[in-house]
Design a binder for this molecule. Structure first.
Ligand SMILES: [Zn+2]
Length: 222
């Protein structure tokens, strides 16, 4: 099926494009949810792979890769048994489309339930907190791991127009993809993402239409 002549996106195509992805380093997540709108905990875990994140977010960008690397390190600290409880998490990140989406999808946190928020601190970092225990961690990407020349290129696009902008957009994506392929995917998450436990007092999310997340109220029913 096609839309206006645009072929369907297949993640396999991306993998072919990227050549020799070191797939063994890409985190795979196992998450726990409830079983219905008013349900108890599900008896089955779900596996979330990077391609699932891409479908939610819309593209496989460096931010989505870096976000999933960072979150995997945070989850290792918060859930030593390897199961991420998506009914029990709050998340803070920079207000990047890519980093925020990774947090939403993998933690279950949402602004509209008062469990997700953003702060202006630059960089790739997350504060992830378990609601039930208050236990919180901050995970941070190592300074300089992402090349400053790519960050500078991102900023410089704003000053371009016409053909120069078109070329700049292509050049930036090529630089990002090359870094993903040749650097990020050749490393394991804990090598460049550091986690530490922190004391963290959750601040109420400033969003007037917040509501109650009703699908987790009965999660502990036997
Ligand atoms: Zn993105």
């Amino acid at each position: 099926m096609q839309w206006k002549g645009i072929p369907l996106f297949h993640f396999e195509n991306l993998q072919r494009e990227a050549n020799h992805l070191k797939e063994e380093n890409i985190p795979v997540f196992h998450v726990l949810d409830t079983e219905s709108s008013h349900g108890r905990y599900s008896h089955k875990l779900k596996e979330i792979r990077f391609e699932d994140l891409v479908k939610f977010h819309g593209h496989a960008c460096d931010g989505l890769y870096r976000g999933s690397y960072a979150l995997s390190v945070a989850f290792d600290a918060l859930f030593p048994d390897g199961t991420v409880d998506r009914t029990d998490l709050r998340a803070v990140s920079r207000n990047s489309p890519c980093l925020g989406d990774a947090a939403t999808y993998l933690t279950g946190a949402r602004v509209r339930f008062g469990t997700q928020d953003v702060e202006k601190t630059p960089g790739v970092w997350y504060i992830i907190q378990r609601i039930s225990t208050g236990e919180a961690v901050k995970v941070t990407e190592e300074n300089g791991f992402f090349p400053p020349e790519i960050s500078n290129m991102e900023v410089s696009l704003a000053a371009l127009s016409g053909n120069l902008l078109s070329q700049g957009v292509d050049r930036l994506k090529a630089m990002q993809d090359e870094w993903i392929k040749s650097v990020l995917l050749n490393t394991k998450p804990h090598e460049h993402y550091q986690v530490k436990k922190i004391d963290y007092e959750w601040k109420e999310v400033q969003y007037n239409n917040k509501g109650v997340r009703t699908d987790i109220i009965f999660k502990d029913v036997i």
